[in-house]
Design a protein around this ligand. Structure first.
Ligand SMILES: Nc1ncnc2c1ncn2[C@@H]1O[C@H](COP(=O)(O)OP(=O)(O)OP(=O)(O)O)[C@@H](O)[C@H]1O
Ligand SMILES: [Mg+2]
Length: 255
């Protein structure tokens, strides 16, 4: 299978990485009838939780036990409503020490080899450690969500440097899909100024800012607090419309 593996990365916290993986998974799974696997590499396990999965239920089999060889891929896969999940674990916070061995960057790639899905989406922690390098090494594509803030732009600069290192040492084929504006509000001047600056940064990194921008809406938080898919909770809210537009924009560039 020609699986696209899309990592959603930025080390700045709260830039809707987990929400983006969740909602893209719902849209690809429900509206496009695709087989989707979402992987939670974050010790916070937010993606696992908002997918409606209880952490106690996956204490025995999760991404940590998969990486350390105590579980098989099949054992780790849990079904959410519209996609499958490899749940996270709090033990992943120990990854930099526990997995400090030759070939460590390749561990996730090797662990998911043979997974039969149309799309694999990887949620990553707000850091630039081993879990992020593993994710970028395992991926064919990278999507960068960013808030309309100055600090997010600082984070982007560091991420671009990491991407260059990953391309040089562990994954020369990694492609940057683009930069996604999240929690967007067109009304404020600050957003407009940051948007211009982001476009310049994107061009320098040979990528672009997506036309689709994800508007801020309380519906995302509401759905997550109820552990409901957004596509059920508020199927026509602004963020859902925006993520659908994003999928239309990226699909032609995917396998
Ligand atoms: N479009 C949106 N409108 C309003 N709130 C949103 C939107 N997208 C995400 N949020 C909220 O913003 C917060 C951060 O989102 P999320 O957890 O997806 O970010 P993250 O980048 O994964 O964070 P972390 O870096 O901690 O992993 C959450 O409370 C989420 O509900
Ligand atoms: Mg997250």
């Amino acid at each position: 299978m020609n699986t696209e593996i899309i990592s959603v990365n930025i080390q700045k916290g709260g830039c809707a990485k987990s929400s983006t993986v969740q909602i893209l998974g719902e849209i690809l799974g429900k509206l496009y009838n695709k087989k989707v696997l979402c992987i939670d590499t974050d010790p916070q396990c937010n993606l696992t939780t908002i997918s409606g999965i209880e952490l106690e239920d996956c204490a025995e089999h999760n991404l940590y036990t998969l990486l350390n060889g105590n579980s098989t891929l099949e054992e780790c896969i849990v079904k959410a409503t519209y996609y499958d999940v490899i749940p996270g674990s709090v033990w992943l916070s120990n990854a930099d020490i526990a997995f400090n061995k030759i070939g460590k960057e390749q561990m996730l790639k090797e662990a998911i080899e043979g997974a039969e899905y149309d799309y694999i989406l990887i949620d990553t922690p707000p850091a630039l450690g081993l879990l992020n390098i593993m994710s970028l090494t395992a991926s064919t594509k990278l999507l960068i969500p960013t808030e309309c803030s100055y600090l997010s732009m600082v984070g982007l600069e560091q991420l671009f440097q990491t991407i260059e290192s990953v391309k040089k040492y562990t994954n020369p084929n990694l492609e940057l899909l683009g930069i996604l504006m999240v929690k967007y509000s067109a009304r404020t001047n600050l957003n407009a100024a940051i948007y211009d600056a982001l476009n310049k940064m994107a061009a320098e990194a040979n990528t672009m800012v997506f036309e689709a921008k994800i508007r801020e809406t309380v519906k995302v938080r509401e759905a997550q607090s109820q552990m409901q898919p957004l596509i059920e909770w508020a199927p026509s809210c602004s963020a859902m419309e925006d993520y659908k537009a994003l999928v239309k924009e990226i699909l032609p560039t995917l396998n």
